[in-house]
Design a protein around this ligand. Structure first.
Ligand SMILES: Cc1cc2ncn([C@H]3O[C@H](COP(=O)(O)O)[C@@H](O)[C@H]3O)c2cc1C
Ligand SMILES: O=C(O)c1cccnc1
Length: 366
């Protein structure tokens, strides 16, 4: 499934992009006046292979959740159980991501790929992966797709086996296909996993070559001693595993997490189906680097929702050549920054559908 998905990812359609650029030049606005929205709409035309590209209807945010063996090293001030407790909160509609999803009209799917503790109140048998899904923005949904109940501590051994990392990536591909099959016109990335900014920092260091001190941030707000320990943990893991950036499955297995692997898969799945994927913060950025290492043309499907306050997020976006749409100092995750950016993406496309040309509106050109 991974290999066939990678093989299906192709470059942007140059003819559709040229058509979108030409159309922009005829719309009733000074050329270039919509700034970054113009190039974004051109890119989305290239992704869809048609101009104008479809409006990104039926948005769907996929929140991949997992726990982390490296939590034992004291890299987060929060207990591991908060991952499962927040999933219960997502399903009850009480988290920030739910508020923003309601505002955006986005369906919320939580995918348990690696949660270590029981999810309070969750059915013993959540919807198994593969079940038919209605995209109902009012009802958050849990998909049970556990690969293993938390990764191993990567300061000691590889976080995952290659097979486990592959299973995580393939679950993300499967979810992308399921959501797009149910009608989603744009996918948004979300994450939940106490400690997951530490593997994100390690992945970004592995893929960009940046130092652990540059890629590591304060996550949920760690104090100075914890921050120093976190940098050391990332450095120790990189020294121990020496991950090869040309082998993304190996990197994800050595220093990644199951939600990072699944998000890489979601991105690949969206790119293969030529549906845009709106990236959230640093976890998504680290997964996007993995996706780009699997398939460089996958970058064409990526839209950077926002600039997370985590320093690694900026390094990841720079490496991918993506400019974030909004920059509000958010550092939450869950998909919150991606959801806030969604109207910007829709606006960029709507211009190509609805704005009159100088000719049709009888407006004089300069
Ligand atoms: C209540 C709560 C809600 C969250 N929602 C997202 N995160 C975010 O913070 C975690 C990563 O930060 P660190 O690596 O410092 O643990 C992830 O679960 C991420 O989704 C949350 C964290 C907490 C505590
Ligand atoms: O930017 C993010 O994605 C982020 C930042 C801090 C904690 N969790 C996620």
């Amino acid at each position: 499934m991974l290999e066939s998905t990678i093989a299906a990812i192709e470059p942007l359609d140059e003819a559709a992009m040229a058509e979108a650029r030409e159309l922009h030049g005829r719309l009733t606005k000074p050329a270039g006046s919509l700034g970054a929205l113009e190039e974004l709409s051109v890119r989305l035309a290239g992704l869809a292979g048609t101009c104008p590209p479809p409006l990104p209807g039926a948005p769907a945010v996929a929140i991949f959740a997992g726990d982390h063996g490296v939590h034992a090293q004291g890299v987060s001030p929060w207990p591991q159980e908060v991952t499962a407790q927040m999933i219960a909160n997502f399903l009850a509609g009480g988290a920030v991501v739910n508020a923003f999803a309601r505002q955006a009209g986005a369906a919320v799917t939580v995918v348990d790929v690696g949660v270590a503790t029981p999810i309070p109140g969750a059915p013993a048998d959540p919807v198994p992966g593969g079940a038919a899904v209605p995209l109902d923005p009012a009802v958050p949904r849990l998909v049970g797709a556990t690969v293993r109940r938390g990764t191993r501590d990567f300061t000691v051994t590889a976080a995952l086996t290659r097979d486990e990392a592959r299973a995580g990536v393939e679950e993300g591909i499967r979810v992308a296909g399921e959501l797009i099959g149910a009608g989603a016109g744009i996918l948004l990335t979300g994450d939940m996993g106490i400690g997951n900014t530490t593997p994100a920092a390690a992945l970004i260091a592995a893929f960009t070559g940046a130092d652990a001190a540059e890629t590591t941030g304060r996550g949920t707000g760690v104090d100075d001693p914890t921050y120093r320990r976190k940098v050391e943990v990332v450095r120790t893991a990189l020294d121990r595993h020496r991950p090869d950036p040309a082998d993304p499955l190996g990197v994800l297995a050595a220093v990644g997490g199951l939600e990072h692997a699944a998000l890489a898969g979601l991105i690949l799945g969206a790119a293969a189906r030529r549906v845009p994927v709106l990236l959230d913060g640093v976890i998504a950025g680290s997964a996007a680097l993995a996706a780009a290492a699997f398939a460089p043309d996958a970058v064409g499907a990526m839209v950077a929702g926002h600039r997370s306050a985590e320093p690694g997020a900026t390094l990841a976006l720079r490496r991918l050549g993506l400019e974030p749409l909004i920059d509000l100092g958010l550092r939450l995750g869950e998909g919150t920054g991606a959801l806030l950016a969604l109207p910007v993406v829709t606006g960029a496309v709507r211009v190509l559908h609805e704005v009159a040309t100088f000719d049709s509106a009888g407006v004089a050109e300069k």
